[in-house]
Design a protein. Structure first.
Length: 342
């Protein structure tokens, strides 16, 4: 399944390539002003046209629905802009044969040098928190090249939009006990025209992840031996059903994130003799301290990033941000090995 928006120059070859590996390709053309829909159907895809642009998240929901109605057990999603090589679909299909119940995510993190540094850094920070929310280490949380078992998607209620939805799926699937594996895929960054807005979309993903974790840690902090907190009836999803309340909740949790992590740290430390709370964090063997420290680095990082940008415009070459990010967001998953497929 391919969500597409103004992708007329690449969509044809993506579909032709994909049809070598799968029987059918579904495309959602999302209010494109170019000939994406015509080219997609000429290339052999079934195209669903949405007249007004509603974003990648909505397109994915429409595509999941379509694939379920068509009776499929699993789907591969990929981008329309040529950043994913259709030849690599076979990697996902082989992985699915071994692990039919698990989500398989493409990971590009092994090709750091091919990814623009700002993008790589935001992916590194994102995976730190999204892995904590998903109860397991996920190599690349931002890659749209994935295989989803549809039985798993049916158990999740999706309340977010645009680029947040793919993050929401990983957190909710992992936090309800599913395993998320990865296969290595190529990192392809050419002169692509991205629709991703570096400030607005990163802010939207960050705010959702913070709001999700605060509810998760609130529940985990007060209960013993509980790692999975997600269900479609839990408090986070109830809030998510009301758009304005959800927005307010995300703003409040973003502004209270620093004191809240300190409170969780205290709860983690003081309650440990009585109950086995925060089990996943205990399994990471990192304690809550590193998480609290990392979270307090976020505003510092923002300031350093702005300073570095200003200095770079005067031709001073520094790499503070890169080093600070590697140091502040360490790999926490000592006991749980990354779920790579060999
Ligand atoms: N249907 C639909 N798909 C979108 C939209 N925005 C992005 N996409 C899809 O998501 C993919 C990734 O988006 P892109 O803007 O390239 O983000 P980036 O690759 O992360 O920079 C694109 O190739 C499209 O397939 C949208 O508004 N509607
Ligand atoms: Mg792209």
């Amino acid at each position: 399944m391919i969500p597409a928006y103004n992708a007329s120059s690449t969509i044809g070859s993506v579909i032709t390539g994909a049809l070598k590996h799968v029987h059918e390709v579904f495309v959602v053309d999302d209010g494109s002003s170019d000939s994406t829909a015509t080219i997609a159907s000429e290339a052999g895809a079934e195209v669903i046209v949405i007249n007004r642009n509603r974003g990648k998240g909505n397109a994915l929901k429409v595509l999941f629905q379509k694939a379920m109605e068509a009776g499929y057990d699993a789907v591969v999603s990929m981008d329309a802009d040529g950043q994913h090589d259709p030849e690599e679909i076979s990697l996902f299909i082989s992985a699915h044969a071994l692990y039919p119940d698990d989500i398989i995510v493409g990971s590009r993190m092994h090709e750091k040098e091919k990814i623009p540094m700002a993008r790589y850094n935001s992916m590194h920070v994102a995976r730190f928190y999204i892995s904590l929310a998903a109860n397991q280490f996920i190599e690349d949380t931002q890659c749209g090249f994935r295989l989803y078992p549809l039985s798993l998607i049916k158990k999740i209620r999706l309340t977010t939009e645009r680029y947040v939805t793919e993050t929401e799926i990983l957190m909710k699937a992992g936090d309800s006990g599913s395993i998320i594996r990865f296969v290595h895929v190529k990192a392809i960054y050419g002169d692509n025209n991205s629709h991703f807005r570096p400030i607005m979309d990163v802010a939207a993903i960050t705010a959702y992840v913070i709001s999700y974790l605060q509810i998760k840690w609130f529940i985990e902090g007060a209960t013993s031996n509980r790692s999975c907190t997600y269900s479609p009836d839990n408090i986070r999803d109830i809030i998510g059903r009301f758009k304005i309340i959800d927005l307010l909740f995300q703003i409040v949790t973003a502004f209270t994130a620093l004191p809240a992590t300190v409170l969780f740290l205290v709860e983690y430390t003081l309650l440990s003799p009585v109950i086995n709370n925060f089990v996943i964090i205990r399994r990471c063997d990192c304690g809550f301290f590193k998480i609290t420290l990392a979270t307090h680095m976020l505003p510092i990082l923002l300031i350093v990033t702005i300073l570095e940008k200003i200095l770079k415009s005067f031709d001073f070459k520094f790499n503070f941000v890169d080093n600070l990010i590697q140091w502040s967001f360490p790999h926490l998953w000592i006991k749980a090995l990354p779920l790579e497929l060999t």
